[in-house]
Design a protein around this ligand. Structure first.
Ligand code: AMP
Ligand code: FES
Ligand code: ZN
Length: 305
């Protein structure tokens, strides 16, 4: 197959775009798509300081790589959650360290959950939060740490590597449960609704996972291939495989599903429920919370089972 732009041998064929590209043209095309998404959804501007949440995976490392290439001030944040007896998290951190060492201007910080708060995420589940799923706790910890670092460092936005497959799988999940509140909030940009709550952006939300993997591969980015051990058997993985079956039969189905949802939202079909949500500052950490006293993160450390 030949590159549609220059006629050289194509390295990727994107059936949903009816577009095959060679390595060189792909390396031009992919970052352009990212820049377009940043502008279309008004994610941030050229002067903004961005905090990129990097997990060591293909998406977030590629995102960091592109934001730096596009000239943004993009600093990395790796959160060491202590997963897999610490081994999985250490191996992921190594990928971030390796990437940053090779990439000029790639500054990053690490927050070690065990060192900072006294227990890693799996330890927290074992000692205080028995019966709770590691993934849900992990999400809560990540959100708290990202927001704290963004606020303290004066970042305009937190950028995550969520891709189209992630977003479409979340959409399937939210739809199957008719989670109207989540549906109203699922978007490429989560605006800041409080001075201490950072804006969240997903510049890869319109790019297929296959495309982000191809970008990492072509750019020679070394990333952690294995899934988090706690993700095994997770529903999202099942939803992704269902969506892939659909995509195989009708190329572009995944993208349509997500983009039509965004369009419907733009047309006001998923309005948030009336009534202001009041945000208080947590009595423990000062972060915004809907709870009256301690936020959900601070409650983790006091509750026992
Ligand atoms: P996941 O929830 O693992 O699908 O990851 C979604 C996004 O969250 C990634 O693309 C990263 O941007 C961010 N992320 C996940 N894990 C970490 C981590 N340990 N440290 C920093 N950012 C992370
Ligand atoms: Fe959080 Fe797997 S990355 S539980
Ligand atoms: Zn708190």
């Amino acid at each position: 197959m030949k590159c549609k732009k220059c006629g050289q041998v194509a390295v990727i064929n994107m059936r949903h775009h009816r577009l095959a590209l060679c390595q060189e043209c792909y390396l031009e095309w992919f970052p352009q798509q990212v820049q377009r998404a940043i502008q279309k959804y008004k994610m941030f501007g050229p002067q903004d300081k961005i905090l990129v949440a990097v997990s060591g995976g293909k998406d977030s490392l590629s995102l960091w790589d592109i934001l730096l290439d596009l000239g943004y001030h993009a600093d990395g944040l790796y959160i060491n959650l202590g997963i897999g007896n610490g081994d999985y998290s250490r191996a992921s951190l190594q990928k971030v360290v390796k990437f940053a060492a090779r990439r000029e201007g790639a500054r990053f910080q690490v927050v070690d959950v065990h060192e900072t708060y006294g227990q890693s995420v799996p330890e927290l589940v074992r000692t205080r939060q028995r019966g709770r799923r590691v993934c849900s706790l992990c999400g809560l910890v990540k959100r708290h740490v990202m927001n704290r670092v963004a606020y303290e460092g004066g970042y305009a936005a937190i950028a995550t590597g969520h891709n189209l497959d992630d977003e479409a799988a979340t959409l399937v999940s939210n739809t199957l449960q008719w989670e109207t509140g989540y549906l109203a909030r699922q978007a490429p940009v989560l605006p800041s609704t409080h001075p201490k709550l950072a804006r969240k952006v997903k510049p890869f939300c319109r790019l297929y996972e296959r495309e982000t993997a191809a970008y990492a591969l072509v750019r020679g980015i070394d990333y952690i291939y294995t899934e988090c051990p706690y993700a095994v058997g997770a529903k999202t993985i099942f939803y992704k495989s269902l969506l892939n079956q659909l995509e195989n039969r009708s190329p572009g189905a995944k993208m349509q599903f997500y983009l039509q949802f965004l369009k419907a939202k733009e047309e006001g079909r998923f309005m948030p429920v009336e009534g202001e949500v009041t945000l208080n500052e947590c009595q423990g950490c000062g972060q915004p919370t809907t709870a009256p006293g301690l936020c959900a993160f601070c409650r983790l450390w006091v509750s026992k089972q």
